[in-house]
Design a protein around this ligand. Structure first.
Ligand SMILES: Cc1cc2nc3c(=O)[nH]c(=O)nc-3n(C[C@H](O)[C@H](O)[C@H](O)COP(=O)(O)OP(=O)(O)OC[C@H]3O[C@@H](n4cnc5c(N)ncnc54)[C@H](O)[C@@H]3O)c2cc1C
Length: 477
């Protein structure tokens, strides 16, 4: 046991094994450093355990169920289809377990890296170095990297705390299919999970307080997403507040034992929803309050996130914040890239997150792929004199989409009218999560759109339509 009087002295401490930590620890160790990594929960953080990996795994079961239900359209007759919900969940658990086990083997087996399975916090200074205090272990180091991630925010709705609320952290433990799943929050996580559970056979209602689902997207994109989900039988209540939640004791043995009183904010109409399960997908809170940040003076913002500069340095030299807590992105790929930035700079480079282009996907089926500006962003910039070109193409006119029988969606691109550089793209449709990265690469290469317009595509793919689309560019008005 290392005490405050006899601490372990190393070159760097990492708190939290989010998506930046393992790769950073391994790379620093490869450069000869001794690194301690603290993890109080499950190794691998949200993505591996309760985020990307389980949702994208279960999504496949949902997609198979969806395709089987459509099989006759493709000339395939399957007979009676039975969805084994527990088996789908077990498959998900097995993929998560394998992923976590692989990560654990790698990081615990890396020479120079010591993984300490304890919650940890900064606990002041030892001279010019920082003291990090775990449950039992004390470590002193000149550099500390914070990668503690976020957790689900459950809104303070009267009665909600008295019913068993699901979040992304416990929903994958279900082995019985919810009869009626009510999801609070119609943003990316709520929409992904809603479609998955609907396809696995649950009735699903999504309640969203904003006037649209995926409200950060352009209005036409939100409408398309809503139409697509409603067509699968998901009830979407937008502009709707949950006022009260109650568990009906008298019907406790009935499956629909949770009552939610909801109010439509535009009409003021009140209705009661009866749910078997309620899942909160209403935002995330940073895991920073127990990090001992005040003991060394690391500043946080009013929501508890840790402001950083482009080099991801906090207000205290020698302490960096990586991943979702620095608000430079809320994705695995942004967290992973954070490790590349701090590592490159540690080794004498000059990388920054300031030039990061927002890039992400929402893994509904079909997915939404997004890079750079939305049309709303572009219009805001037009007020400051910028000019843009835009073009769009409906998926129903894409031959590959027709061949696949998956014609939902649209491709929209935005180009700077003066520089001819892409500034953004929104793709909703088959393969959009992959295809959008073509535009991301064009932006990263700082190449004019004509390069893509004149490049040779493969037929039949969705990507082959970029030259056609770029031939239709018109000023954004
Ligand atoms: C349902 C869901 C689906 C998602 N799907 C996607 C997706 O498809 N693609 C995508 O890019 N992103 C997705 N995300 C987001 C993604 O999971 C996160 O952006 C990603 O995990 C990066 O998080 P992070 O590195 O900040 O830390 P996290 O992954 O949140 O990990 C932080 C770790 O730090 C540990 N920790 C915290 N405090 C301490 C402490 N004091 N001491 C010791 N350990 C501590 C925690 O236990 C945790 O293990 C999804 C998220 C959710 C919730």
């Amino acid at each position: 046991v290392n005490t405050r009087d006899h601490p372990l002295r190393v070159d760097a401490v990492i708190i939290g094994t989010g998506q930046a930590a393992p790769a950073l620890a391994a790379a620093l160790a490869q450069h000869g450093e001794r690194v301690v990594v603290f993890e109080g929960g499950a190794l691998g953080g949200s993505c591996v355990n309760v985020g990307c990996t389980p949702t994208k795994t279960l999504r496949k079961s949902a997609r198979v169920a969806h395709l089987v239900a459509r099989a006759a359209e493709f000339g395939v007759h399957t007979g009676t289809v039975h969805i084994d919900f527990a088996a789908a969940m077990d498959r998900t658990a097995a993929v998560v377990e394998a992923s976590r086990a692989g990560l654990t083997r790698w990081i615990e087996g890396t020479d120079g890296v010591t993984v300490v399975r304890e919650w940890a916090a900064l606990a002041g200074r030892d001279g010019a170095q920082f003291v990090v205090q775990g449950d039992h272990t004390t470590v002193v180091a000149p550099r500390v990297y914070l990668n503690p991630g976020t957790r689900p925010f459950v809104p303070p709705i009267p009665g909600l705390a008295d019913v068993p609320v699901l979040t992304n952290e416990n929903v994958m433990a279900l082995r019985e299919r919810p009869e009626h799943l009510v999801i609070l929050g119609g943003s990316y996580i709520g929409l992904e999970l809603g479609q998955i559970f609907r396809r696995l056979g649950s009735a699903v209602t999504i309640v969203e307080a904003a006037p649209a689902v995926a409200a950060r997207e352009d209005e036409d994109t939100s409408v398309r997403i809503a139409d697509m989900l409603r067509a699968e039988g998901i009830a979407l209540l937008t502009d709707t507040q949950v006022e009260r939640v109650a568990s009906h004791d008298e019907i406790a043995r009935a499956t629909l034992s949770i009552a939610l009183q909801v109010r439509d904010q535009s009409t003021d109409a009140v209705q009661e929803l009866r749910a078997s399960h309620v899942l909160a997908a209403t935002g995330r809170l940073p895991n920073t309050e127990r990090l001992g940040l005040a003991s060394v003076g690391v500043a946080v913002d009013d929501r508890g996130f840790i402001p950083v500069n482009g080099r991801l340095e906090t207000s205290v030299p020698g302490i960096w914040a990586l991943g979702d807590v620095n608000r430079r992105g809320a994705f695995t790929h942004t967290s992973y890239q954070d490790h590349e930035i701090v590592l490159a700079n540690h080794l004498g480079g000059a990388r920054t997150a300031d030039d990061r282009i927002s890039t992400y996907a929402m893994f509904t089926d079909p997915p939404l792929g997004r890079v750079g500006m939305s049309e709303r962003d572009a219009r805001a910039q037009m007020e400051r004199g910028r000019r843009f070109l835009t073009a769009s193409h409906e998926m129903q006119f894409v031959s590959r989409a027709k061949e696949e029988g998956e014609t939902t969606g649209v491709i929209k691109v935005l180009v700077d009218a003066d520089t001819h550089r892409f500034v953004g793209a929104t793709l909703l449709g088959i393969g959009a999560d992959e295809i959008v990265q073509v535009i991301g690469a064009m932006i990263a290469a700082d190449a004019p759109y004509e390069v893509l317009r004149d490049a040779l595509p493969v037929h039949p793919t969705v990507t082959e339509f970029f030259p056609t689309i770029l031939g239709k560019l018109k000023p954004l008005t």
